[in-house]
Design a protein around this ligand. Structure first.
Ligand SMILES: Cc1cc2nc3c(=O)[nH]c(=O)nc-3n(C[C@H](O)[C@H](O)[C@H](O)COP(=O)(O)OP(=O)(O)OC[C@H]3O[C@@H](n4cnc5c(N)ncnc54)[C@H](O)[C@@H]3O)c2cc1C
Length: 334
């Protein structure tokens, strides 16, 4: 376990903003973690940090930040058709996907190249190209910060929904996920290539590697590399609006793209709304949106967290004034 006081977080967040915290603990196993939780000096306003790819720091964090480092994968149960694996929270998500694809274990290939760690994947029920974490999630283990109780949570306990879960609501900052169990397929894979971007793939001769490679290719062409431009992927969620509001918008903007979530609700791409407000051509000195994907706010140089949040507010205000739609942040603002 490594403990640093007044530590910099600049290298620990993909927005690359300069921020710091009172104490930073790098913990490599659950025993370390329990030691921190039992230590009254360290267990002060705890926050768990994974890969920092969904967080915008806007100020110094007055408290302790724990960065989980343990990377392990265990096969718990293996049959002819299915396999159950347990992965530690500190495992890099894409390394886990690569491991599964190499072993020909199916279910997460569409989630290739999502930054961050396995421990954070249930927090916002990560999703991409027609697949969400909840499709393969079995259960997770973790520790309640207040009582130090070790708890297992099933899929229904986690209350997954679009980019959300119990960990963003009732259990927000109260529960530390230490490992996640996944149900993957070992044969009879259910390839999911319905997403329009994957239309280059054909059913014949398809395998997990081909899907993963295609997803990686598309992501590399559409999303900025945080090493070049600091970012956290989509800054806002795609708004889901009711029937009557959608009808009004459709009358005014006949070309509005949408996805029907059920008979009364419609999901509208936030990227389209932002683009329509002209943000591909608008930027502040240090902040803008990515040219190939306006839903991604990028750090053009040395932006502070506050500059980024102010720019995000400009986008929110414009979208609200133009479409009467309130965008909701996907990124966690600290
Ligand atoms: C270029 C780019 C592309 C992206 N594309 C996608 C995408 O396609 N789909 C998608 O869903 N997301 C995407 N994201 C967002 C991000 O990668 C995911 O949300 C990811 O799961 C965040 O993981 P992390 O480890 O970086 O979490 P962090 O940013 O470190 O933390 C996020 C939240 O999880 C909590 N947390 C982290 N670990 C734990 C733990 N062990 N126990 C309890 N709480 C924990 C933190 O406290 C925080 O509230 C993208 C980001 C980038 C930069």
């Amino acid at each position: 376990m490594i403990v640093n006081k007044n530590a910099s977080l600049k290298k620990l967040n993909t927005f690359n903003v300069d921020a710091s915290c009172d104490v930073l603990v790098e913990s490599s196993n659950t025993n370390d973690l329990l030691e921190v939780l039992k230590n009254k000096e360290l267990n002060n306003k705890l926050f768990i940090l994974g890969g920092g790819s969904n967080i915008l720091f806007t100020k110094h964090y007055e408290g302790t930040i724990i960065n989980l480092k343990e990377e392990s994968i265990k096969i718990l149960d293996e049959g002819p058709v299915k396999v159950q694996v347990e992965v530690s929270a500190g495992m890099n998500w894409h390394r886990f996907v690569e491991w599964a694809v190499d072993k020909d274990f199916g279910g997460i290939e569409n989630l290739s190249l999502i930054p961050g760690n396995v421990g954070a994947s249930p927090i916002q029920n990560i999703g991409a190209y027609g697949v969400e974490l909840e499709d393969v999630f079995d259960s997770c283990s973790g520790i309640m910060i207040d009582s130090l109780d070790k708890v297992n949570l099933s899929k229904s306990d986690c209350e997954f929904s679009y980019r959300s879960s119990i960990f963003k609501k009732k259990l927000k900052n109260k529960f530390i996920i230490t490992s996640v169990r996944f149900n993957l397929t070992k044969s009879n894979h259910l390839y999911n290539i319905d997403y329009p971007d994957l239309s280059n793939l054909s059913e014949s001769g398809l395998d997990l590697k081909k899907i993963s490679n295609e997803v990686i290719k598309i992501r590399n062409s559409k999303l900025p590399d945080p090493k070049q431009y600091g970012n956290c992927g989509s800054f806002f969620k795609n708004p889901i609006i009711g029937y009557s509001k959608f009808q009004k918008l459709k009358e005014k903007f006949t070309e509005i793209p949408f996805f029907k979530t059920d008979s009364n609700y419609f999901k509208v791409p936030a990227a389209w709304l932002i683009d329509k407000c002209g943000f591909k051509k608008i930027n502040d000195e240090n902040v803008g949106v990515y040219k190939n994907q306006p839903l991604v706010i990028i750090n053009l140089g040395n932006a502070s967290g506050n500059e980024i949040i102010n720019f995000a507010k400009r986008i929110k205000d414009s979208v609200f004034n133009e479409f009467d739609i309130e965008l909701e942040e996907e990124v966690i603002v600290m």
